[in-house]
Write a protein that binds this ligand. Structure first.
Ligand SMILES: [Zn+2]
Length: 454
């Protein structure tokens, strides 16, 4: 039946296809009469009986059977369509919920803390990540080691080091003075085989100069020549228009300086823009202070660097966070961004999950789940839509024709088995029973913060 379904396109009744469909239907009916063919189970792991939420936005499949062979998903579907094979390992998962390994398109890793960060993400079922513009020190080497399988890590995409104004934020990024210099820097990144070019286009609450429009356009143009997509961190609506003109289609954060009008919505739809808002990161400046119980949360504590945790544990500091002028400005910006994401989502513009983990108070691993929660609570996505943002939509943002981010035949066997329903409450993505990466169940434990070398 699976095959018959895959033949039928939403566009429907093609006159030539119809007789073929009729024949296929008869053949499928005949196959059903004999029961679907079983496969040889030797060497397989089958997860049987869970509710499957496949990451594409398709309705959940109750009593699903997912068969894993090697590092791939061999079959996935309802028990009627996919019988449990004889001879392999079977995990009885009735009452549980199976989702694809989470995909997070916006992360920052710190020189020397990569293994710790990735360990936290694996523990949280975050199995694909993109490093977005902060690969300094040993980070590029560590990413190469992770890709070679020598360091336990999620699947990693990277933008290398990103662009900003020479005096812009964050410090230490690429700050070309001329368009030619910008092009040369892009060529160097292309030679490093980065997956993406990142630029920060923001004044950081009016404290820093923004990268010049001419430099932005030169970066985007040179990136296009090398076939590398660009992702821009944005704040102001005007910059989105200019960047789209320059060829940029992918954005992190969102418009935060006002409400956009119908022209903007139409422009976003026509150009296929994508937004990864990092709503959870945006509210972190008051979230922790308003939710001190978070400081008791083991996974939050484990994912924050000790000095930052010390500051958060300090009552006076928490009060100062709430009272500060910058927090007041950030709340205004946050409200605009939440409205913006609601509007984009309602208009069918693609929203992806990018937590900005590693920035501010965003704990690795925890941050991805916190962003899922924010996409629902603040961004207005349904839990099913949020799981697409962390599933098929995020995967499509990272690469053409991805083989991860959804539970589908032939895809990587990256799976998270939950003990509670994430569609009933998105917070249930944290109720993790088991995590499978490339067909292997992970030994889950929270990594210790690395001691500095003597
Ligand atoms: Zn960021």
């Amino acid at each position: 039946m699976k095959w018959l379904l895959s033949v039928r396109r939403p566009s429907g009744r093609h006159p030539v296809l119809f007789p073929l469909l009729a024949m296929a239907f008869v053949a499928a009916m005949a196959a059903c009469a004999q029961g679907p063919p079983s496969i040889d189970g030797a060497g397989t792991i089958t997860i049987a009986g869970a509710t499957l939420i496949d990451g594409t936005g398709a309705p959940p499949v109750e009593d699903a059977v997912v068969i894993v062979r090697g590092d791939r998903i061999e079959r996935a579907g309802s028990r009627q369509d996919v019988p449990v094979p004889e001879g392999g390992e079977v995990i009885e998962a009735a009452g549980k919920f199976l989702i694809p390994g989470l995909v997070d398109v916006h992360n920052h890793y710190r020189d020397g803390l990569e293994e710790w960060s990735w360990g936290l993400q694996l523990h949280a079922g975050v199995l694909t990540v993109r490093s977005l513009g902060s690969d300094h020190g040993q980070t590029p080497t560590m990413i190469a080691e992770a890709r070679a399988g020598n360091v336990a890590a999620p699947r990693i995409f990277t933008a290398g080091v990103g662009f900003s104004h020479p005096e812009g934020f964050p410090p230490g990024k690429l700050g070309p003075a001329t368009e030619e210099e910008a092009r040369e820097m892009v060529r160097e990144l292309a030679a490093q085989e980065v997956d993406r070019i990142k630029m920060w286009v923001d004044t950081f609450l009016d404290t820093r100069p923004m990268i010049e429009p001419g430099i932005r356009a030169a970066v985007a143009d040179e990136a296009a020549k090398h076939g590398i997509p660009v992702s821009a961190h944005i704040f102001f609506e005007d910059d989105v228009w200019q960047l789209v003109d320059a060829g940029v289609r992918s954005f992190v954060h969102g418009v935060r300086d006002g409400e956009v009008d119908d022209d903007f919505v139409a422009m976003a739809q026509e150009n296929g823009l994508t937004f990864a808002p990092a709503l959870g990161q945006a509210k972190t400046f008051w979230w922790v202070a308003e939710h001190p119980e978070l400081l008791e949360d083991e996974e939050f504590r484990a994912g924050i660097q000790p000095p930052a945790l010390e500051r958060l544990l300090d009552l006076e500091n928490r009060a100062a966070m709430l009272a500060s002028e910058s927090t007041a400005k950030r709340r205004v910006a946050f409200d605009y961004m939440a409205k913006f994401i609601r509007r984009m989502n309602e208009a069918g513009v693609v929203i992806t999950l990018g937590s900005d983990s590693g920035a501010g108070n965003i704990a690795y691993g925890w941050g991805t789940h916190h962003e899922l929660e924010a996409l629902v609570d603040d961004g207005g996505l349904t839990p099913l839509e949020a799981l697409v943002a962390a599933g098929a939509a995020a995967a499509a943002e990272l690469t053409d024709d991805p083989d991860f981010g959804s539970v589908a035949e032939g895809n990587a066997a990256d799976l998270v088995l939950l003990s509670a329903d994430p569609l009933a409450d998105i917070r249930n993505t944290r109720r993790i029973d088991r995590v499978m990466q490339a067909g292997v169940w992970l030994e889950r434990s929270l990594p210790e913060f690395p001691q500095p070398a003597e």
